[in-house]
Design a protein around this ligand. Structure first.
Ligand SMILES: [Zn+2]
Length: 177
C-alpha cells in the first residue's frame, strides 16, 4: 500500500509499449477506488484497464483476451480468490511466450501473507520488492495498518459504518491484532 507498485507496473508496461509490443492491463472487479476502466496511480498516472472477475470465470476471460497480446499486466493480484488458479494461469501465459507483469501486495492488514501472492512470488522470474514510508517514524514500511475512525483496528474483514483507511507501517510501528 502506497509503495508505488501500480506506478511501477504502469511504467514497465509503458516501456513494453514503446518497444512495439501489444500490451493489456487487467484489474480485479472489486478494486473500485478509481474510475471503472482505468488504473490510476496515487500520482494520477492513468492506463486503460480491462476489468475481470476474480474467480475461475474471470481467468477464462483473461486467458481468452490475453491471446491477442504480447504483454500481460495484472494489477492488485492479491484480490483474486484463493484457489481461483490465477497463479497457474499467469505462469502458463509466461511459459507460452507472453511477458507477464503482476503487482501484488504480499501481506494483509493483519500482517498475514496473501496465499495468491505467496504463489505468485514463487512463480516469478524477477521480483521488485517495493516499500512505502512508515507514517509513524519514516522508516521503510512493509505492513498495512488498518485504521477505523483513526484507531488501529483489525476487527472483522467487513466494516460497517466506520471510516476505514490504511496506513503504511514499519515492523516496529505495526500494531499486531
Ligand atoms: Zn515506523
Amino acid at each position: 500500500m502506497f509503495s508505488g507498485k501500480t506506478s511501477r507496473l504502469i511504467e514497465l508496461l509503458e516501456r513494453e509499449r514503446f518497444a512495439g509490443r501489444k500490451v493489456i492491463l487487467f484489474k480485479p472487479e472489486m478494486d473500485k477506488r478509481y474510475s471503472e476502466n482505468m488504473v490510476k496511480t496515487h500520482k494520477g498516472i492513468e492506463l486503460d484497464a480491462t476489468i475481470v472477475k476474480t474467480n475461475s470465470s474471470g481467468i477464462k476471460a483473461l486467458i481468452n483476451v490475453a491471446s491477442d497480446y504480447d504483454v500481460i499486466g495484472v494489477d492488485e493480484a492479491q484480490f483474486w480468490d484463493e484457489n481461483s488458479g490465477i497463479e497457474e494461469a499467469l505462469n502458463n501465459l509466461a511459459s507460452s511466450k507472453k511477458i507477464v507483469y503482476v503487482s501484488t501486495l504480499n501481506k494483509d492488514y493483519k500482517g498475514r501473507p496473501f496465499s495468491v501472492s505467496e504463489n505468485l512470488l514463487a512463480y516469478a522470474d524477477t521480483i521488485h520488492s517495493l516499500t512505502a514510508v512508515c507514517t509513524k517514524c519514516g522508516e521503510d514500511a512493509v505492513f498495512s495498518q488498518r485504521m477505523i475512525d483513526g484507531v488501529e483496528e483489525s476487527g472483522p474483514r467487513i466494516v460497517i459504518g466506520g471510516k476505514e483507511a490504511y496506513q503504511p507501517r514499519c515492523r516496529n510501528c505495526f500494531v499486531v491484532q
